[in-house]
Design a protein around this ligand. Sequence first.
Ligand SMILES: [Fe+2]
Length: 224
Amino acid sequence: MKNITLSLYALLITISPIYGENNPPPSNQVYVVKDYAHLLGMPGFSDQALNIHFKLYQGYVTNTNLLLDILKQYATDKKEQTPQYSEIKRRLMWEFDGMRLHENYFANLGGKGSQMNLSGPLYRQIENDFGSFEAWKKDFIATGAMRGIGWAILYYDPLSQRLINTWINEHDTGHLAGGHPLLIMDVFEHAYLIDYGIDRKRYMEAFFENINWPVVESRFKWNN
Ligand SMILES: [Fe+2]
């Protein structure tokens, strides 16, 4: 039995590629654009605005893949010490977060009038941390109304077991390390300018009308 195990081990070593300087591991993490066409027709969001938003999101996916490929080439060419490498590395996080936040944003829309489960764990946590659902919503809206472009995110910090409404500057600044994003609201102007002009508050009202609460709640349960 021992010999069989050793033989299998030797075979595994023989057929396993050995990655090194001249043989980097293959890039198998190609990000794929997700389809959110089911959101078209959502009340308070015109198809024109949504289609433009989908196109913007697709750009983040394309650029994330592109920058990963460029960085891989820089590593192959031993150019990691160049300023270009540093700047592309920084840019990657902006593109990646832009991609992922849009995916989470679109995924927590399309609720078709869904309501939060009033006896569920997320509702209880909101009452515990904010006093009431309305108090939480008021703070979330106030966060989203802040001047500037970015995101309002309801984060759960599992270490302290508390919820915090956060402002994310652009895509990549302001995240809670170790936290879990539960509800994501885009407050870049492209999210509302076409349908509401500069009236961000009306857009946020429409956003709340379309929250997919089962999705949001599943993120919270998943984290516990
Ligand atoms: Fe956006």
